[in-house]
Design a binder for this molecule. Structure first.
Ligand code: ATP
Length: 236
């Protein structure tokens, strides 16, 4: 579905991604873990198109997307749910969700999806007409997730969905992601600081270190890997 091959991404002269390669198959949840500054966000932005890699290839369902603008990639089904949620605080929950569908022309479909999400996530319904800024961190994360779903993604790129949430809410949001994958077949590329929780719901995972993929394996293989345990799971 997604094949990222040997991409190099820079911020000016700063070389962040160094020949990073990953792939995501249809129906998979794939986690990318790594320390602060390893380049996880840069990887997602390079895939979503808010950053352009200097070289390398990104094939999404047969289309080379590395040179395409983000709106075009969104239209193909690549949606980014960014770190820090980036909601429009003054707009209602409903309006924030509608912004996720700004590029869609099927107005009836948009209305139906809006209603379906309202029913699926009761927390959204309780705050439907309220400004997003009045919601708690966990509630805002649900809105951000639902907004990304409004674009009808084929692959959801999720950047740190549990950041800043209590352990209970973090668990909730990861469970929601797992359910979306199991019940709706949504494919997910998940970047998380919370390596243990991410690897538990992931079919496969990658460890990124200073812009390079240093390990790859199934979720359970990585959870059992000595180096992963020592560096990312806090085990001696
Ligand atoms: P975190 O978990 O802290 O978000 P990350 O793995 O997502 O870390 P990135 O945000 O991708 O890491 O950052 C990778 C590197 O790029 C870091 O060294 C960071 O300082 C640098 N970097 C990020 N954004 C910029 C920018 N706008 N200009 C220059 N350097 C940047």
């Amino acid at each position: 579905m997604l094949k990222v091959r040997s991409i190099h991404t820079y911020y000016g002269a700063v070389h962040v991604l160094k020949a990073a390669s990953i792939h995501v198959g249809p129906g998979e949840v794939v986690a990318v873990i790594g320390a602060n500054g390893a380049g996880k966000t840069t990887l997602l932005k390079s895939i979503a198109g808010t950053l352009f890699p200097a070289s390398g290839r990104i094939d999404f369902e047969g289309t080379e997307v590395a040179g395409l603008f983000p709106e075009h990639r969104l239209g193909l089904g690549l949606a980014l749910c960014p770190e820090g949620r980036r909601l429009f605080g003054g707009l209602s929950v409903e309006k924030n969700l509608l912004l996720g569908a700004f590029h869609r022309k099927d107005k009836d479909g948009v209305r139906r999806d809006l209603q379906a999400l309202r029913e699926r996530f009761p927390i959204l319904d309780s705050f439907w007409n309220r400004p997003a800024r009045n919601l708690s961190g966990g509630e805002q994360q649900m809105v951000a997730l639902a907004r990304a779903l409004m674009s009808r993604p084929r692959l959801l790129l999720l950047d740190e969905p549990s950041l800043g949430l209590s352990p209970l809410l973090a668990k909730d949001i990861l469970k929601t992601i797992r359910d979306l994958n199991r019940e709706d077949g949504l494919s997910v590329l998940l970047v998380e600081q919370n390596a243990r929780a991410a690897l538990r719901i992931a079919h496969r995972g990658y460890v990124l270190e200073t812009g390079r993929v240093i390990l790859e394996g199934s979720g359970s293989e990585l959870l059992a890997h000595e180096e992963v345990q020592r560096a990312y799971l806090g085990k001696a």
